[in-house]
Write a protein that binds this ligand. Structure first.
Ligand SMILES: [Zn+2]
Length: 300
């Protein structure tokens, strides 16, 4: 068949300016009447499923529905959606929104409607939504202006000031830290040396009385590179490490500084960097971090 030449083409519009009137039938009519009254109803099929919006026939079996009306929702969960970045003039919202399949509580099918969510990132399968009703209802699907996400979380400020009272062992250890030394304790039974200082041996359970003063140098045994900022850390990324203080048998955790994270290695020799004596308190803040000494690495 020949393609008509351009001068044989005419534009037409089929339009009913006053609106095209059609009857609803009993099922859709009941649904729209209930919407006007602020309720959402479905109809039960012979198999017991609830269709929303209701139909006159079960689309699965072709049987007529039972005529039993069931109020559903009004809340529901999001099953799927498509985000509309640029709404068209005839769309229900004049800002970006989602066309969504919503399974209302108590329904077995999904209703298509608009969801006013603001940001598409807030939507997930299962997001709870509920209708925002129109101010004036006339018996139309637009009696529900749109659905909006339910309030499912709040942000509460939490601030709990508390004090830690150091026990005898920790107090003794922190006294040493204030003075710029590491105090350890030696178990007289197994001969293990613990830093920080402690008054009982976790290995053999004995009370410890032997105190030893250890140097502020040690060796990195393991470490982790951290990419989230921490107020105590010198920079991001920063390294937290287990450091075996010279003379101790158990490593302690500390920050590493004055070294790029990628240069830190197991066996690296380090020394504590102390804050100036006049600024020290009875706390671990007296040690800024450990920094490399420049000595040869140690075989672990
Ligand atoms: Zn012991």
């Amino acid at each position: 068949m020949a393609v008509p030449s351009e001068d044989l083409v005419a534009d037409h519009v089929l339009e009913f300016p006053g609106g095209y009137t059609r009857t609803t039938g009993p099922v859709i009519g009941r649904f729209l009447t209930e919407l006007r009254d602020g309720r959402i109803v479905g109809v039960r099929t012979q198999e017991g499923r609830v269709l929303v919006p209701p139909l006159e026939y079960d689309p699965g079996t072709g049987d007529p529905v039972t005529g039993e009306w069931v109020e559903v929702g009004p809340s529901g969960t999001l099953a799927a959606w498509s985000w509309v970045h640029t709404p068209l003039p005839q769309h229900p919202l004049d800002r970006p929104f989602a066309w969504a399949l919503i399974e209302l509580d108590g329904a077995d099918t999904c209703l298509v409607h608009a969801v006013d969510a603001g940001d598409p990132k807030t939507l997930r399968p299962g997001t709870r939504v509920r209708p925002r009703w129109s101010a004036e209802r006339t018996g139309s699907i637009t009696d529900i202006a749109c659905f909006v996400p339910e309030v499912t979380r709040i942000v509460s400020p939490v601030r709990v000031p508390y004090k830690i009272r150091a026990g005898a062992s920790l107090s003794r250890f922190l006294e040493g830290i204030r003075a710029g030394t590491f105090l350890g304790s030696r178990c007289s039974t197994c001969d293990k040396v613990y830093v920080p200082y402690r008054s009982s041996c976790p290995e053999c359970g004995n009370a410890i009385s032997g105190e030893v003063t250890l140097p502020d140098t040690g060796t990195v045994t393991t470490f982790a590179i951290n990419n989230l900022p921490d107020p105590r850390a010198p920079q991001v990324p920063f390294v937290s490490a287990y450091i075996l203080i010279d003379g101790a048998d158990v490593p302690m955790i500390a920050l590493l500084g004055d070294v790029p994270a990628h240069e830190v290695r197991q066996g690296m020799r380090v020394r504590a960097v102390w804050v100036p004596e006049e600024e020290r308190t009875a706390g671990m803040g007296n040690i800024k971090w450990f920094a490399p000494t420049g000595e040869q690495d140690v075989e672990l």
